[in-house]
Design a protein around this ligand. Sequence first.
Ligand code: ME8
Length: 640
Amino acid sequence: MDKVFYVTTPIYYVNAEPHIGHAYTTILADFMCRLHRMLGYDSYFLTGTDEHGDKINIAARDHGTTPQEYADRISGIFKKTWEDMGLDFNDFIRTSEQRHEQVVREILQKVYDSGDIYFGSYGGYYCVGCERFFTEKEMVDGKCPDHDRKLDYIEEKNYFFKMSKYQGWLTDHITANPDFIRPERYRNEVLSMLRGEALEDLCISRPKTRLSWGITLPFDENFVTYVWFDALINYVSALGYPDGEKYKKYWSSAQHIIAKDIVKPHGIFWPTMLKSAGLPLYGNLNVHGYWNMDEAKMSKSLGNVVRPLDLVSRYGGDQIRYFFLREMTFGNDARFSEDVIVDRINYDLANDLGNLVNRTLNMLNKFFDGKVPAFEPGEPADRDEIRKRLRSSAEGYISFASAFQTSLGIERMWEFVRHLNKYIDQYKPWQLSKEGRTAALSSVMRNLLESIYSVAFLLSPMLVNSSAVLMSAMRRSAAEFDLESILSMEQLEEGYRIKEVGILFPRLEKAAAAEEEGKNDGAKKEKTMEEGLVDIQDFAKIDIRVAKILKAERIEGSDKLLELQVDSGLDERTIIAGIAQAYDPESLPGKKILLVANLKPAVIFKKKSFGMLLAAKKDRGDRPVLIEVHESVPTGARLS
Ligand code: ME8
């Protein structure tokens, strides 16, 4: 089979500006496109805007403008938002474009000629928000369940598409191709719609007397096309159906991404339309859940709607992509919370991945002048084991992510990242250096660098900017992708000096979310300060770790201070501690204590101290007692 991949988002209505729900779907599509490109696919990504129909007509009227002007403005905002977020779509389709209108008319004519369209009379409950008729069974208390709005009964003469004719065929197709609609819960939802009562035919026109903003039917100019029949066709019109090269190349590999709100049009209308018009079906319908948020936080009257670009400027583009792709389990709803964004950035990006990179590059500077060391076969330092873990994590990541299960896939890569941090703790390169075990040190550092390069490469569809920074710092030119060579861990050039990358994922000094909350709830914040309480985010800024004392000496001229060498798990460092009157230096080596690891260095008695040990005393005059930790707790473990 050709390695071709075509991914689409819904085309968004232009009656409102982009919000985080739209941003999520579009980021997911961008990730899937880049992932497949990385895997060697010819990959194509389409998004766009849905511009016809009652809804847009009404919104334009409310804004005192024409539908076309209104659509131009909002569509422009969508396109610019995705561009500013660095989303790399190949095409942006608008349903008011000529190229689209022409294909809609062509397909309508085909369906009409095949005898699947008839003229009839229809009465039904219409929801403008959904742009569709509801059956009595679908309504809740006479209202649309999604828009909580009383539905109007409308009766008019219209054209109908014989959707019911394809009910049996579609049921069989979905049953025989269990992945056609995924995940399973949405396949079942569609099957239960199909297996319930008889499918009704689809009303596909609107009389121009009621609505003129739409595509005129090719066989009756008194009517415009129903907006869903028009909109779904964007997926082929953008490819240049019927003769376009892109249509021929990409169409049958199509992967549609939508949320659970529009399963029926995509799972039932669209396949039956394709079948009737004689087009092949799309590849898969991939359905995600909803991002839910605190009503108060999203209420327009409070002026605090979350805009995708605000999030990016507040937290960073890669950080937001990571949060979205990691936090939502495909198919389920997820809770949107800025506190969780902060946690994900601090724990996963700064602490796990960022720390791994910084520790490794700092040690490389110190021990090898920043140059890629040789790999010493006599001292493999678990190279095979690391390679095995890399392969298993990478394969898990690729197979989950390819099936849209980004969260599970990313977690597999993080297992590897966390293992690499443990690997440093286990091999303690600073100790190898001190003991003069250069060959072992070379291999350990080389293994780490090769692993980091592979991680950066594999994560590049998600951490687009940071991966690019890392890869270009480590290599002169980007490699052609070949999974086997990435997994071989033989990508770097011996002796090449790795460039500085700085801090890739700064820990959040100021918890933006907490600050925002503070603004909205000043009284609460004041009360907290009055009582001397701190926020959890403030506490989280302090990096307290288990450290092991390696050496302790008195400092000449001071009866209070000791100079200690400790292993922090991150590095080996000097601490000046005021415990000389309480402890003999000889009694200290081997003890595991608590270290504040991210304190700014301070000069004490002309010596530099890199952190602080935690000790306790009840009264001022008491001697400080070190907080000792049981030896089973690993060095470097973080207090949380
Ligand atoms: O339905 N969580 O457009 P639309 C997750 N024009 N995703 C969300 C979301 C949320 N809270 N809110 C919206 C339409 N979305 C039609 C589509 S396609 C031929 C025509 C995302 O502007 C999600 O992808 O209402 C959802 O399916 C889509 O926006 C609906 O966008």
